[in-house]
Design a protein around this ligand. Structure first.
Ligand SMILES: C[S@@+](CC[C@H](N)C(=O)[O-])C[C@H]1O[C@@H](n2cnc3c(N)ncnc32)[C@H](O)[C@@H]1O
Length: 286
């Protein structure tokens, strides 16, 4: 399936996709998630990409610790570029992945040595005659409407099968606009899953363990991103003053608000969101 046209994708999701691409370029890792910082960095400690990569391995291990004994088959929804799939595959699980992005598909095959099947599709359009022991949404639940997520997962699970969701969620339902606004409202997700026949088995709030990644991204954005833009602007101001004036106007008009919001990401996260790992089980007979 082709990559969906950008016009079909909600604006908030397109902002997130841009952030994923930025993140991919920044980290050069096989994971696209925030990682799990354990131990937490000490105040003032320098946050590095090397530390982030360690945190990302810890996150994969954390997900693994939520997978119930006896699980064999896993559908990795929104599998990104294959880090989690490779990690689980190496530990004996039979994994399949899906994501609606051809660039990710290419990277996924590289990172899993072509050993793991990949479906180039949105979850909403995915139908399979296979059923799985566990359906995993590692930072992908926020892209899929709660009803589609709940019903789609229930349709793909064997009786008594598991759903593992690890993602940022809105703890404040009134937070409706801004960089994290496409995350689900935690209470709505919960109610919809219960309605679809799922029972919550285990949950953990890992907000403090993902937050250093927000700090790292903001630091890098401030240090490298903004200073590079400023340097280019200074050069253009000298060489082509009219272009500089136009660029300055365009920045003020469209970008300044986003930049200010990006720099405040940690505060926004702490005020309105949380990050949870939730293991759900589909009730027998549903
Ligand atoms: C933040 S990345 C997480 C990737 C990976 N699960 C990980 O933990 O590294 C979000 C993923 O969700 C995928 N995604 C976005 N919309 C989707 C949809 N409608 N159905 C399935 N996957 C989707 C993106 O393409 C991307 O692979």
């Amino acid at each position: 399936m082709l990559k969906p046209k950008s016009s079909n994708i909600p604006k908030a999701t397109r902002y997130q996709n841009a952030a994923i691409d930025y993140y991919m370029g920044l980290t050069n890792s096989s994971y696209l998630h925030y990682g799990y910082w354990e131990p937490l960095p000490t105040p003032g400690e320098e946050l590095t990409l090397t530390c982030l990569r360690v945190a990302q391995e810890s996150y994969a291990a954390k997900l693994l610790s939520f997978i119930p004994e006896g699980t064999k088959t896993v559908l990795d929804v929104g599998c990104g570029i294959g880090g989690n799939a490779a990690y689980l595959g190496d530990r004996g699980f039979t994994v399949e992945g899906l994501a609606p992005d051809a660039l990710q598909q290419e990277r996924f095959f590289q990172n899993t040595n072509g050993q793991v099947p990949f479906y180039l599709t949105r979850f909403e359009d995915f139908h399979s005659s296979n059923s799985y022991d566990l359906v995993l949404f590692s930072e992908s639940s926020q892209y899929i409407a709660v009803d589609d997520l709940a019903q789609g997962a229930a349709d793909l699970l064997s009786n008594g099968g598991y759903l593992l969701v690890a993602d940022m969620m809105r703890s404040n339902a009134e937070y409706r606009e801004g960089i994290f606004s496409n995350c689900h409202i935690a209470s709505e997700l919960q109610a919809t899953l219960v309605q679809a026949g799922f029972k919550l088995i285990k949950t953990e709030d890992i907000s403090t363990h993902i937050a250093p990644t927000i700090d790292l991204c903001v630091d890098n954005f401030r240090t490298f991103g903004l200073s590079t833009v400023k340097y280019i602007a200074d050069v253009v101001a000298i060489a082509l003053p009219p272009l500089y004036s136009l660029g300055r106007w365009a920045f003020k008009r469209w970008l300044e608000k986003l930049v200010v919001e990006g720099l405040a990401a940690r505060t926004i996260f702490e005020s309105h969101l949380c990050y949870e790992i939730q293991l759900w089980q589909l009730s027998q007979g549903v």
